[in-house]
Design a binder for this molecule. Structure first.
Ligand SMILES: [Zn+2]
Length: 290
């Protein structure tokens, strides 16, 4: 039975607001640490391990909760320090500093090596070589920032080893999409998991299983927090898509997740990689240099 990826992007709930409207959200009460605690209980109840991509800012605010994630057997990976979209950094050096700061914080708090990264808002830059080299410079072995585009784009929708111009290699663990005829639609994470009927999400997993490739759930703490504050001040009509994406169906998320747990098998990315690197992938492809 295929094991799929269960992943969470752990950041302050107001990061989406900060991205659109700038700073000043820190004055609102923190709440994501409570959601993470609830999530850890749910995962313990189901005996499932997950990957938590945490921002350095979250680690600084909640070191004990971060440590608890690692101490209960889950994987901690980096979701940057400041949750800045990669192409918004003035240069790659600033990105490297932000990444390095997050990796040091996570390793200090958990005592465990960080292996992977997910860019805020899936923001792989247009010219990605220096981005991937930055990850390798931190001794990371995988990236999980790829959201596969249209089917005809040829971008893989399954884990693969990416070879860089330098000849160095890094694993890519893409987000999940569902093929419907010639279309490829996003599935199994964030708004998409809350928006589509459950059978659509399950179909994405079944499609992966029929092809022998793992699929991936990605969620944020706010996706599991129906009481998350709704801030309407100074908003225009242009904010309607943002508010819809942010709040639609929050009360459904946990129910859907529980049902997926009963139907499919899940693991952290780290668990999957260590099993894969030890078996068929290492036999058919070169493993990335760690
Ligand atoms: Zn994020």
């Amino acid at each position: 039975m295929i094991s799929h990826f269960l992943t969470f992007d752990v950041e302050h709930w107001y990061e989406g607001y900060r991205y659109r409207y700038g700073g000043g959200w820190e004055k609102f009460p923190a709440r994501d640490h409570d959601t993470v605690e609830r999530l850890l209980s749910l995962l313990e109840e189901r005996g499932i391990k997950a990957t938590f991509f945490v921002t350095g800012a979250f680690v600084e605010s909640f070191p004990l909760v971060t440590r608890k994630i690692a101490d209960t057997g889950h994987e901690l990976a980096s979701h940057s320090y400041s949750h800045t979209v990669v192409h918004r950094f003035p240069d790659i050096q600033r990105f490297r500093e932000d990444l390095h700061r997050s990796v040091c914080l996570i390793e200090d708090v958990s005592g465990k090596k960080v292996l992977g990264f997910r860019a805020p808002k899936w923001s792989i830059p247009q010219e990605p070589e220096s981005f991937y080299e930055s990850l390798l410079a931190e001794q990371l072995i995988y990236d999980s920032s790829l959201f596969p585009g249209l089917k005809e784009s040829g971008v893989p929708d399954f884990p693969f080893v990416r070879e860089l111009i330098s000849g160095r290699k890094i694993w890519e663990i893409p987000a999940t999409t569902l093929d419907v005829a010639s279309l490829r639609i996003p599935a199994a994470g964030g708004l998409w998991l809350r928006l589509f009927p459950k059978f659509v999400t399950k179909q994405a997993f079944r499609q992966g299983e029929s092809r022998g490739v793992p699929r991936m759930v990605y969620l944020h703490p706010y996706d599991l927090d129906p009481e998350c504050p709704r801030i309407f001040s100074s908003m225009t009509l242009g904010a309607i898509p943002f508010m819809f994406a942010r709040y639609y169906g929050l009360a459904r998320t946990e129910k859907i997740l529980r049902e997926l747990f009963m139907t499919f098998r899940f693991s952290s990315i780290q668990e999957w990689l260590s099993a894969e690197r030890a078996t068929q992938f290492s036999a058919t492809t070169s493993s990335p240099s760690a």
